[in-house]
Design a protein around this ligand. Sequence first.
Ligand SMILES: Nc1nc2c(ncn2[C@@H]2O[C@H](COP(=O)(O)OP(=O)(O)O)[C@@H](O)[C@H]2O)c(=O)[nH]1
Ligand SMILES: [Mg+2]
Ligand SMILES: [Zn+2]
Length: 302
Amino acid sequence: MPYQEPEFAPWDGRRVPLTFLSGYLGAGKTTLINELLATADRPIAVLVNDVGEVNIDARLIRRRHGDTIELTDGCVCCSLSEGFGAAIDQIRGREVPPDHVVVELSGVADPSRVLPWARSAGFRLDGVVTLVDVDQFAERMHDGLASHTMEAQITAADMLLLTKTQLGGVEKTAAAKLAIAKMVPNTLVLTEDTATSATLLSIGARRSDAMGSLPEPTLFDRHIVERLELPNPVERTELKRIIDALPADVVRAKGIGVDASGAHWIVHVVGARRMVTELPAAERLADLEDSALVVIRLPSNV
Ligand SMILES: Nc1nc2c(ncn2[C@@H]2O[C@H](COP(=O)(O)OP(=O)(O)O)[C@@H](O)[C@H]2O)c(=O)[nH]1
Ligand SMILES: [Mg+2]
Ligand SMILES: [Zn+2]
């Protein structure tokens, strides 16, 4: 059933600003949200969309931030529009609105396809912030599918944030800046050291205020999402061996493994960078009923 806009305006007509955080797989969206929340001095509701069936991001954010709603098992721009509508309804039903809503879009989402949600009754679009991982940028832009996705994300942005500039180094950062300036010469580009939560969350984008029509649910993106079961328990060295053996067409993988001593190991694969780090004991997930990796690949014949 298509989404039905409510007839009433909640909160005496006040509209809560909503920010979309976009950016390709592994760009640093969840990390940024955790940083924003750590310094936030006002109530922020967070919606996290993850393409895999295990929404690790939402679980990790919720550990620190109670007001987190997860949108799992599909990309909101392709297939999950009803889930998004339900989440928005849930917030709209509150007596006291949050000060701001931040939506982490999936790494394969085209933000322009979800913009109408930000103009739904009770909300207004503050802006689209797209993160660009300068360490991965050049390599991903050489792939037809990934570059198509990244271009859509960059073009839709009101503000761009370059991430991993230290990891990528001066040359990759400069090359990414140059390519982006050619693509979107009028869009403000920030780096981690120039961005603050105030700049990211008060863009005040001037776009049409009408709700507009939602696009038909279609598969915008053809990344392949798979689930790889992990042994349980699994030792750190074994996890490292498993991710090092992943094929080269894997652009992103993540998951949490638990070893025999009960330690939680979080796995991050972003392109060729493959990491296993220990989750602080305070952030362990009591509800971690299964340990699996979400593995995202590019189809080979694009
Ligand atoms: N060096 C570096 N690593 C980062 C930065 N931001 C994120 N990461 C790492 O990149 C990986 C993916 O980050 P995440 O926030 O999960 O990306 P998301 O998929 O866009 O939500 C994790 O291993 C992060 O620790 C950054 O600014 N610098
Ligand atoms: Mg994330
Ligand atoms: Zn999508």
